[in-house]
Design a protein around this ligand. Sequence first.
Ligand code: PMP
Length: 388
Amino acid sequence: MTAALDLDVRSQFPQLVDSPGVAYLDSAATAQKPQAVLDAVMTYLTSENANVARGTYPWANRTTTRIGQAGDQLRRFLDDPSPETSGVHFVSGTSEGLRTVALDWLPTVLRDGDEIIVPFADHSANLVPWLDAAELLRRQGTHVVVRPMPYDSAQDYDVARLPVGPRTRLIAATHVHHVYGNDMNVHRLRAAAGPDIPICLDAAQSFGHLPLSVRDLDVDFVVFSGHKAMALPGIGAVWARNRRGPTFAPAGWSGTPNTAGIVSLAAAMDWLSSVGLSRISSSIVALGARLTAGLATLRSYEVLGCQDSLTAESTVQRRHGIVTFRHREIGSNDLGFILAAEGLLVRADGHCQGTDGEKTSSVRVSLHVYNTAEEVDRLLATLSALDS
Ligand code: PMP
């Protein structure tokens, strides 16, 4: 069993400190907030609050500067190789970000007969906007072919069968799957796609969980939600490389941005960097492995998704701190309530999944850096008492 690192950061999360008996195991839904993020927001709102790019006075200028700096900080955080030409567009989160790419950018590159490849087994936020864009274009007389990313019953995307052709204009992919925790091998995806097709990465479950280098991954869009990465709800971003095809220039740059949210995102990136993304990732993976190893010893549970022992040919690298399972007899909703009564807070039932994949209800455990091996063991002990 892999040893968890047990980074001792729990004491920096006030909500967790206030609830010592609680194991928060639902970070894929939203993450808890460290004191540093709360402090940054409070300081901003009590001493510098003003609108952006409007003022002739210090608060407004300071807010404008902060927003520009947050964009630059995000580029560094993503290891952006060309910060002078990339675009950062702040949005409310992944759902809005993916819709913005799909509806503001995609129609500007698609012509009649063009093709896009989209993941049908992922979060609906990374499926519906692409289908909507295609439908919108169809009504205007432009027929776009939507091809599903090939997928097999082991919940693995099969890039060897990626339907790339001369008319493919976009591949939408998900970095870490929100139900199975599979970590998409973006290198293999890029290799299968070839050098010229833009890849849009839904990084909702990877941003702030693992080192994410756009230089290394060679993707064109990264879309994420701040709230899953310890910032406030209501802030996220689209990072766009602007290298393949027309520039991403979304409408809506005017208007008041979520200034406090952007401040929280900047503070969250500082906090995550100070702990270290590699350490965070190792800890999350180790805790997930501890849980799957424990579940494998219990007869009543079935873990969903592909397993960790994957071949070099696979698209999927490993399970990244998200473990979803079912009890063979107890309904998942009931199991969720039983666990909650023990202070074990998980997600139960359905998971906003697209059209493929497991439709039946299940229990999802999702881990972050404040979780500990002791919490995973407590969960396993409770699950074990329900084993038959
Ligand atoms: N994509 C994935 C993979 C997700 O896990 C989620 C959130 N569960 C989303 C998109 C949507 O994120 P948000 O609700 O923050 O817009």
